[in-house]
Design a protein around this ligand. Structure first.
Ligand SMILES: [Zn+2]
Length: 160
């Protein structure tokens, strides 16, 4: 089945779902309140992020000059751009949204964007290549998804 047909099929299935399914979900989904007490302190988080950047730069063999990395609480920017991370090649900057996010998610986004840095260094990115689901994006997701597991095994405290 081609991707287009699959999308058509799945959206059709979704819309034809009976109303009662929403009620059934209440029995299926166990959603407790978030436990804030297990969160890392600000300093622990900062140190951890720096350690992770060093590890990722080495792992992906990212060459100097390294990009500027801006960590931001700007919720409006995240919502307007509907993203939690951006790599801008013009000024070689990575922007990461950290507002109310689990450390594991911040690090995954960071590695995704650092993978784009590596792709740029390898001249793999041409204008218009970074649309959702594009090969460039899939590769960045794959790298981040794989190595966040490797890092998490050694550093379980990132699962807050
Ligand atoms: Zn991306």
């Amino acid at each position: 089945m081609r991707a287009k047909e699959f999308t058509k099929l799945s959206s059709k299935t979704m819309y034809s779902e009976p109303e009662s399914y929403a009620h059934k979900l209440d029995d299926l989904v166990d959603l407790p309140t978030i436990n804030e007490s297990i969160k890392l302190t600000d300093d622990e988080r900062k140190e951890h992020i720096k350690k992770f950047i060093k590890w990722t730069i080495k792992l992906l063999n990212i060459e100097k000059p390294y990009p500027r990395m801006i960590f931001s609480n700007d919720t409006e920017k995240a919502q307007k751009g509907h993203h939690t991370g951006v790599h801008t090649s013009e000024d070689d900057t990575i922007w990461i949204y950290i507002g109310n996010r689990n450390l594991v998610d911040i690090l995954r986004t960071l590695m995704h964007e650092l993978t784009h840095e590596k792709q740029m260094q390898l001249n793999m990115v041409k204008p218009g290549d970074s649309y959702p689901g594009s090969p460039i994006e899939m590769l960045a997701d794959m790298v981040a998804g794989k190595y966040i597991k490797v890092w998490g095994k050694k550093h379980p405290e990132i699962f807050e």
